[in-house]
Design a protein around this ligand. Sequence first.
Ligand SMILES: NC(=O)c1ccc[n+]([C@@H]2O[C@H](COP(=O)([O-])OP(=O)(O)OC[C@H]3O[C@@H](n4cnc5c(N)ncnc54)[C@H](O)[C@@H]3O)[C@@H](O)[C@H]2O)c1
Length: 264
Amino acid sequence: MCPVMRLKDKVAIVTGGGKGIGAAICEAFAKEGASVVIGDIDMAGAEIVAGTLRNEGAAASCVEIDIASKDSATNMADAALKEHGQVDILVNNAGARIIKGLMQHSLDDWEKMIGINLTGPFLCAQAVIPHMVERGSGNIINIASIASFMGRPNRCAYVAAKTGVLGLTRAMAADLAGKNVRVNAIAPGMIASPFNQSFAESSDSGPAWAQENLVGRWGQPEDIGGAAVFLASDESSFVNGAEIKIEGGWLGARSRSGELPIWD
Ligand SMILES: NC(=O)c1ccc[n+]([C@@H]2O[C@H](COP(=O)([O-])OP(=O)(O)OC[C@H]3O[C@@H](n4cnc5c(N)ncnc54)[C@H](O)[C@@H]3O)[C@@H](O)[C@H]2O)c1
C-alpha cells in the first residue's frame, strides 16, 4: 500500500527556509506532498533549497523578504497566492540572535531582535490570516526556542522576543478560535544549524553542550521537520495554542554536576 502524503495539495510558506531549521522544514513538507514558498532575506540560500526540492519533484519557489517589514510580509503572501491561489500553512521560522551583555545591547540591537523575532511572525501572520479565514482553514507554526522558557546570559533581547513568541502564539490561537485556523509553536533546543555553527564546532562547547541534554547529542535541523509536519497536518487537529519542545529533554530534566543515574 502506498503511504499517504500528509500534506498533499497543501501550500506552505516557510520564512527563513534558505538554510538550517527552515530548510529542513521545507524538505519535510515537500516529502509529504506540499508546495513550498520560501521567504528569506538571503535569496542565494533560498534558491539552493528551492532548486533541491524541485530536483526531488516538489513545487518550490522563493520570495525575497525581510520579515521585520510589513510591506515585505504582504508581498510574500501576495506572491504565494498569485502563484498557488491558496496558502494553507505559514511557518514563522526566520530568526536571528545578537549575543552581547545586557548593558552592551544598544536600542538598535533591541529593536532589531524584537523586529525580526517577534514583530516578524506577527506581520507574516497578519499577511496570510485574512486569506485563511476566508477559506475557512489554515495553520500557523511559530518557531520559538528554549530561550522562550528560560533566561540565558547575553541574549536579553532575543530571550524577550522568543518569550513573546509563545504569548503571540497563544493570543493568535485565541483570536482565531472558531475560524479553523490553528496556531502552535515549536521550541527547539541546541540545533547544529548555521546559527550555532561556531558553538557546535568548538572543541569546548561542541561535545560539552551535547552532554547537557538527556539524549546526549546536538539536535539536527531534521529533528524539527517531523514536528512541523505533525502540527501542519490534520493529525494535530486538536492541538492549538500549544508548544512542542524539541530539546532532548534539556528543559524537562537535568542532572547536577557529577550526578549520574544509578543503575547498579
Ligand atoms: N539553531 C538553534 O539551536 C535554535 C534554537 C532555538 C530556536 N531557534 C530558532 O529557529 C529558527 C531558525 O534558526 P536556524 O538555527 O535555522 O537559523 P539559521 O541562522 O541557520 O537560519 C535562519 C534563516 O533565516 C533567515 N533570516 C534571518 N533574518 C531574516 C529576516 N529578517 N527576514 C527573512 N529571513 C531572515 C536567514 O537568511 C536564514 O536563512 C530561528 O527562529 C531561531 O531563533 C534555533
